[in-house]
Design a protein around this ligand. Structure first.
Ligand code: CTP
Ligand code: MG
Length: 572
């Protein structure tokens, strides 16, 4: 998929730009857009005001993204569409605030209008497609096609859109790019820059959620569909899946306040045996609608018996693999937590991207479900490692809970999901370790971690004795009785540990950890992080039998640690 970055800023003055500045304008804009919408995401707006220390809360990001998406349309265009003529034509319906083109099985444009009325005006001017041999499902959506209206240019040069790649660059190209950097720290930041979601890609994710919401709104007009997971937690790599959450809290009894006295009315509602049964039936119906009526939605699978029921499908116009869930509020909380950790210190995201990329390059993680370590588990492992530094780089979840105010209190299905949302209350310790040191120490840490006895626990920031038999035990931060990495088998864990050992060893070798610049005109030889991403390099070490055993000091350290933990547990 390629995206053309042609934002509104580049446009001439006829297209008015109304930017959302802070709380007042966001609230006003929402009121202007739709009082109903305003009511619905009102709590998010309140949270959106909590921008402190230059850090935007995830609620603010979500509210802004959702609001922009409501005013946006997705238009399939002819590949030789002339950008200027296209904009002139579309802006007849109202001021355009931002727009961009991207390629995914054809050229598409995302157009964000300044006002929502422009979308209605665009709809009025749009025709129903006439097909001779097939019939169309008469469901109108904000996914449109630009038909032959004399806008196509005869040459490609005139079309004017600059398309940029939106899927991650191939690993070989990345290795080449990293090899040209001058330090391992630069390699790590460069990797993050190349892999992280672009602003356009994030907007497209919110737009797909908004398009889906239009389908679900046929039954539940007050619903919202929000992205969660790596699409919004700050750790998303271009091309990652789109996890969506159908939020019906506005209409469930969950937040209802009961009248104290007098007459009152209540809705009659059908009852079901359990909340899970309700979620399953809602997802079943919405899944059916997506399948039957959703333009561009293909390969719809209803996976309703999973621990967390979901509808999986591909959204062809965006190229996203989508997972739609409902009543999955704990996952929303863990998304918020990961986002917070990523905002606290820039090293967190840099290292998460690096470790995720390294793991993918060596088949430690996979896009196919199975006994592999998942990106989520890997991220929690990295967070835990950063909590174990001396001094710690990020605080424990228990500490974040202790800093929480009354408004932060959150108990979901009996699980305490409370943690502070005000970034300014969090005092960080001054750890000055470099990215290179931390990456090397991460490998060392997990090369010698006592996986057989200990569980990884970011709530306590300390390894705990394993409560159950599983090769890898990572306590779910909120549903504390669950193991995030329950699926991982011993073989996969062993591979991970072996790779950590090799990678740690490689990073300490003088021939690997210094730039090996090629002479003029010649490509630079892979070095540093680039070497770690070469599968052959790692495999080569094994055959040379250069595997380093864990240092005795580390083994003794982990033994002492586990003894200490055991005695502490006995005491408590
Ligand atoms: N999640 C969770 N517990 C799990 C698995 C997932 O709470 N055992 C939540 C996390 O918030 C996670 C989100 O669900 O971020 C989405 O899960 P998944 O798509 O597996 O992970 P992502 O973080 O989105 O990473 P990826 O880029 O691999 O999709
Ligand atoms: Mg995901």
């Amino acid at each position: 998929m390629r995206i053309s970055v042609s934002f509104g800023a580049a446009m001439a003055s006829p297209f008015a730009v109304c930017r959302l500045k802070g709380r007042g304008s966001l609230v006003k804009c929402l009121q202007k857009v739709d009082p109903f919408l305003h009511r619905n995401i009102g709590t998010d707006v309140v949270a959106a005001q909590e921008e402190r220390h230059g850090c935007k809360s995830l609620y603010a990001v979500q509210a802004e993204g959702q609001e922009q998406a409501e005013r946006s349309v997705l238009i399939s265009c002819h590949s030789r569409t002339n950008e200027k003529k296209f904009l002139k034509y579309i802006s007849r319906h109202g001021d355009i605030k931002k727009y961009f083109f991207y390629e995914s099985y054809g050229l598409y444009a995302v157009v964000e209008f300044a006002n929502r009325e422009s979308v209605a005006s665009l709809f009025e001017g749009a025709a129903i497609p006439s097909v001779s041999h097939e019939s169309t499902v008469p469901f109108k959506s904000r996914l449109l096609s630009l038909r032959n209206i004399g806008l196509a240019d005869s040459t490609n040069q005139q079309s004017g859109q600059q398309c940029q790649p939106q899927t991650p660059i191939p690993i070989n190209e990345l290795i080449q790019r990293l090899s040209k950097e001058e330090s391992i720290d630069q390699q790590i930041t460069s990797l993050r820059d190349v892999y992280q979601l672009t602003e356009e890609n994030s907007r497209l994710r919110f737009l797909v959620c908004s398009l889906l919401k239009d389908i679900a709104a046929a039954y539940f007009p007050e619903c919202t569909i929000k992205p969660f997971g790596s699409s919004v937690n700050g750790f998303g790599k271009l091309g990652c899946d789109l996890d969506m959450f159908l939020d019906l809290d506005g209409i469930s009894g969950r937040n209802a306040t009961m009248p104290k006295s007098g007459l009152s009315l209540e809705y009659q509602m059908k009852r079901a045996n359990s909340e899970r049964a309700v979620t399953q039936s809602i997802l079943s119906v919405i899944g059916e609608c997506v399948d039957q009526f959703g333009p561009g939605c293909v390969g719809v699978q209803k996976i309703l018996n999973a621990r967390c029921p979901l509808v999986r499908f591909a959204h062809q116009p965006s190229g996203f693999q989508c997972d739609l869930t409902a009543n999955n509020r704990v996952a929303m909380k863990s998304t918020e937590l990961l986002y917070l950790y990523g905002e606290l210190d820039p090293r967190v995201r840099c290292l998460v991207f690096t470790v995720r990329c390294w793991a993918r390059a060596h088949g430690i993680t996979s896009s196919i479900p199975g006994a592999w370590i998942t990106n989520f588990s890997l991220t929690v492992m990295l967070l835990f490692f950063l909590q174990r530094r001396s001094p710690p780089i990020i605080p424990t979840l228990d500490h974040l809970r202790d800093l929480a105010g009354p408004a932060d209190k959150s108990v979901i299905e009996g699980n305490d999901c409370t943690f502070v949302s005000d970034f300014s209350k969090i005092q960080l310790q001054s750890n000055t370790e470099t990215l290179e040191q931390l990456l090397c120490e991460f490998f060392e840490f997990y090369a010698t971690f006592a996986f057989s006895r200990m569980s990884i626990n970011i709530r306590k920031g300390k390894e705990q004795n394993k409560p159950e038999v599983a090769p890898l035990h990572i306590q779910n931060p909120f549903e504390t009785s669950l193991n995030v990495s329950k699926n991982v088998n011993a073989t996969q864990l062993d591979r991970f540990v072996a790779l950590c050992q090799e990678s740690s060893w490689l990073l300490q070798q003088s021939e690997t950890n210094a730039p090996r610049g090629g002479s003029k005109g010649k490509a630079s030889k892979p070095w540093g992080l680039a070497t770690l991403l070469l599968p052959s390099q790692i495999a080569g070490i094994k055959s040379r039998k250069k595997r380093r055993r864990e240092p005795a000091s580390e083994r003794i350290k982990s033994l002492l640690e586990s003894l200490k933990n055991t005695s502490q547990q006995k005491k408590s």
